[in-house]
Design a protein around this ligand. Structure first.
Ligand SMILES: [Zn+2]
Length: 67
């Protein structure tokens, strides 16, 4: 389905990592809006988002499937 020439636009692993990042970001936004999170939880949510971004960038660098 994904030939070498189309790898850059259809890498399922990258799509999965992007979804993880978006999910972590949305979770953080929703919880912050509710204002029912402790400072510790805020920190952990921000860490989740940062880690998701890091994993995505690491994958793109290693796999060469950057947009
Ligand atoms: Zn990839």
């Amino acid at each position: 389905m994904c030939s070498a020439s189309t790898l850059a636009i259809c890498c399922p692993e990258r799509a999965r990592l992007e979804e993880e990042y978006i999910a972590a970001r949305d979770r953080m936004r929703n919880l912050l809006r509710l204002r029912q999170v402790t400072r510790l939880e805020q920190r952990r949510l921000a860490d989740d988002v940062a880690m998701a971004i890091a994993r995505l960038k690491e994958h793109q660098a290693a796999h060469g499937c950057e947009r």
